[in-house]
Design a protein. Structure first.
Length: 253
């Protein structure tokens, strides 16, 4: 398989793709190995799911199609999915799954391409903005929700720094650790992946573009502590300064 296909598929697997490789019985009762990749996205990401499906079909010469399904508890949510079979998935599963779960390793990372990283970020990435007292975006962060072990997170951060000079740091999230890049590294990451991020997912890069914008944001409320303006209700009703002071007192003593 060529480098582009391998890199893109590994990026999808790092994100939301699921590999299912198992032994099955054909109608004639002889065993064979079924190697399948399944991708599912929520209703708002239907164009993204369709883009992935078309690209995978082109790369692998398959004819998969996107179908609507019910997802979540009791089939409450509408989602879109496709699945495709190819013997190559058996090799990729050997690189990416250990003891039945995804585990990042050097072989996996060294086959990732910028296009694959873009799929990884479009699946599992999100951004944050910090707005100053004038209503302008002053700094940003770029996060990838890996939720992996500390050792895996450290491996990924070293790989990004060695291969792309992008500095991520690991932070606790859920039952594991995820990755965060500061403003400077967010700019570098933007330039690495931007040409592979499709139109419907460009909002995940908008935070970097906001750094260069002179437009002021309108406040959404007043800080519960200092009564100053706040520009996003994500810090318990506090402005960035009051939130930072409280965090420092609670965690730094």
């Amino acid at each position: 398989m060529d480098e582009r296909t391998t890199g893109a598929l590994l990026g999808m697997i790092a994100g939301d793709a699921y590999l299912n490789v198992r032994k099955r019985l054909q109608s004639g009762k002889y065993p064979y190995v079924s190697s399948e990749m399944r991708i599912l996205h929520g209703s708002q990401q239907r164009p993204y799911c369709e883009f992935k499906c078309a690209l995978v079909n082109k790369m692998l010469g398959t004819q998969a199609s996107v179908t609507a399904v019910k997802n979540g508890p009791g089939g409450l949510y509408r989602a879109y999915q496709f699945s495709v079979s190819n013997p190559y998935f058996k090799i990729l599963k050997g690189w990416t799954y250990t003891d039945g779960k995804k585990q990042y390793n050097e072989v996996w990372l060294n086959h990732l391409t910028p296009e694959g990283i873009a799929f990884w970020y479009m699946d599992d990435g999100h951004a944050r903005r910090n707005v100053n007292s004038n209503g302008r975006v002053s700094s940003v962060s770029t996060n990838i929700a890996t939720c992996c072990s500390w050792e895996e997170a450290e491996l990924i951060t070293r790989w990004f720094n060695d291969q792309h000079k992008i500095k991520f740091s690991a932070f606790p999230e859920g039952k594991g650790y995820s990755l965060r890049a500061n403003t400077e590294s967010s700019r570098l990451f933007f330039h690495l992946v931007q040409r592979f991020v499709i139109e419907s997912m460009r909002y995940k890069l908008a935070h970097v573009a906001d750094l260069y914008s002179l437009e002021c944001r309108a406040p959404v409320a007043k800080c519960a502590q200092c009564n100053g303006p706040i520009f996003a209700n994500r810090r318990g009703g506090l402005c960035d300064a009051c939130y930072s002071r409280r965090y420092y007192r609670e965690h730094r003593g």
